[in-house]
Write a protein of this length. Structure first.
Length: 317
């Protein structure tokens, strides 16, 4: 399951991140922002000692992506950035087998010893091809953040390449939020406005919504103050839809106290759309129970639209 999740994350990064080119120079302003201290459970990864492998050499990379056999040295530690870069080149040569190749590359990253993470990251940062290896850096830095979030955030902030810094910082903060939601979410909220902030915010909200939708919704409302992007309201709709799949009444109760505005409207519509698809009678009873006429006016069109797709006759009633 972890492997599949990692594959989906990496593919999403490849397809969406690079294709859209959303990373921008606003990450420059984050370089001076200090994360709150985080208790580390292990020693932070240190630069690997000399002699651990030249950036120009490396083994254990599958030479023929068409073969199903495991690469040579599949169980040996990966201590060189060259090994990962070579594997990435092989993956790009055979797009038809991208899922298998990403899985192989993710498995290679899992074989990087903690003490070698920093050294490999430094090699990748100095390689001059960050656009090609940026998501490898993201995955490695995320592994670092599992044990030392503060150290990984500090490392990401000090990266010189703006695109790499924005992407790695977002990935690291996502891991940090899984360990300490309060500290990580507060740090993101206090970050300078810009694409990097919203990229980090989107990642931690999605992760939090899976385990605590109430927290994710409250965080979105705080983030929507000021010049927030329009997608925040859509994110609220998504959170409430997901929540309403299992707890529609609780989702509805969380949406109603939200402040008036686009975020609240989208949240209510999310509840209505999902609830009516799984429990028509319950959804209709909820709409009738709404004390505010404006709330009923807001959700009835969404309710009717959802009903029309499944039962046009019922939607006309």
């Amino acid at each position: 399951m972890k492997t599949l999740l990692r594959i989906s994350i990496l593919l999403g990064t490849l397809v969406l991140g690079f294709a859209r080119g959303r990373y921008s120079g606003d990450a420059e302003s984050l370089s001076g922002q200090t994360p709150p201290p985080v208790q580390s459970t292990t020693v932070s990864p240190q630069p690997r000692a000399s002699g651990g492998g030249s950036p120009e050499t490396g083994g254990g990379v599958r030479q023929s992506p068409e073969k199903e056999a495991s690469p040579a040295g599949a169980s040996s530690p990966v201590t060189s950035a060259a090994e990962l870069r070579d594997a990435l080149k092989q993956m790009r040569k055979n797009p038809s087998a991208v899922m298998r190749n990403v899985a192989d590359l993710a498995a290679m990253i899992d074989r990087v010893p903690p003490e070698a993470v920093h050294g490999i990251l430094q090699e990748l940062a100095a390689a001059g091809d960050q656009d090609e290896t940026i998501w490898i850096s993201m995955e490695l830095a995320s592994r670092w953040a599992r044990n030392d979030p503060a150290g990984a955030v500090k490392y990401a902030q000090e990266l010189k390449n703006p695109q790499q810094r924005a992407a790695v910082l977002s990935s690291v903060v996502g891991v940090w939020a899984q360990q300490d939601w309060t500290a990580a979410s507060a740090w993101v909220l206090n970050s300078p406005s810009g694409d990097t902030k919203w990229q980090m915010l989107a990642g931690i909200v999605q992760s939090r919504a899976a385990t605590n939708p109430a927290d994710a919704l409250e965080f979105l409302q705080r983030a929507s103050k000021g010049s927030a992007p329009v997608w925040i309201s859509g994110a609220a709709n998504g959170i409430l839809r997901q929540w309403a799949m299992t707890e529609p009444a609780a989702a509805a109760a969380a949406a109603l106290p939200l402040e008036e505005g686009d975020l609240r409207k989208m949240a209510l519509n999310g509840v209505a759309a999902q609830w009516v698809s799984t429990d028509r009678a319950g959804a209709l009873a909820w709409v009738r129970s709404l004390s505010s006429p404006s709330d009923r006016i807001e959700v009835i069109p969404q309710l009717a639209q959802s009903l029309a797709r499944e039962d046009p006759a019922a939607a006309l009633q």
